[in-house]
Each structure stands twice: as structure tokens, then as C-alpha cells.
Design a protein around this ligand. Structure first.
Ligand SMILES: [Zn+2]
Length: 111
């Protein structure tokens, strides 16, 4: 989907204009961290199940089951959270901050 970029005030074209995506990067990082934490908590049920299954092989199996369950949840949570944070951050960049840079002449401007 082509984005509706504003024109550079110097060049008067938008072909070299890019959105300065600070909030998008921050949002991705925060979303990923939050998602990993939430995913880890959410995975506790999976951890317990994994540990229970692992308990058929006592001690070692329980530990492996718990670790695999917890990591899987944290990883899934990270990607889900990062995607959400990325989308939210991009919206903030476009609609709240609205700062753009022209890669042709180097001008930074607000839309
Ligand atoms: Zn320009």
C-alpha cells in the first residue's frame, strides 16, 4: 500500500521523503519487551503442563518441560508485542509527531 507522504519543501516532490520513525522503533522495543513479559506469564499454564508431562521422567524432565514452556511463551509474546508496538509507534510517528526527512536534500520538516 503506497503511503501518502508530504512533499519536501525544497524539492517539491515526495519521491525522496521518508518518515522519521523514532516512535516506531521505540514502540517495537517496548512492545517486544512487554509482550515477552506477558507471554512468559501467559505461558505459565504451558509451563505447568510441560512440567507435568516432563514429570514422567522425574527431575530432569520437569526442568526441561518448564524451561521449554516458558521460553516458547516469551518468544511468542515478544513477536506479538513487537508487532503491536511497531504498528502503534508508526501511527504515533505519522499522526502525532509527523516528522519527515528528504533524502535528496537532507531537509527535515513536519507535515
Ligand atoms: Zn528535498
Amino acid at each position: 500500500m503506497p503511503e501518502d507522504l508530504p512533499k519536501c519543501p525544497s524539492c517539491e516532490v515526495n519521491t525522496h521523503v521518508v518518515l522519521i520513525n523514532t516512535a516506531q522503533k521505540v514502540g517495537t522495543a517496548i512492545g517486544g519487551a512487554t509482550g515477552a513479559a506477558c507471554g512468559y506469564i501467559g505461558a505459565e499454564a504451558g509451563t505447568i503442563a510441560g512440567a507435568a508431562i516432563g514429570s514422567f521422567v522425574p527431575v530432569i524432565g520437569t526442568g526441561i518441560g518448564a524451561v521449554v514452556g516458558g521460553l516458547g511463551g516469551a518468544l511468542a509474546g515478544f513477536f506479538a508485542g513487537a508487532a503491536t508496538g511497531n504498528a502503534v509507534g508508526k501511527k504515533v510517528d505519522m499522526e502525532v509527531i509527523g516528522e519527515y526527512r528528504c533524502n535528496r536534500c537532507g531537509t527535515q520538516f513536519e507535515s
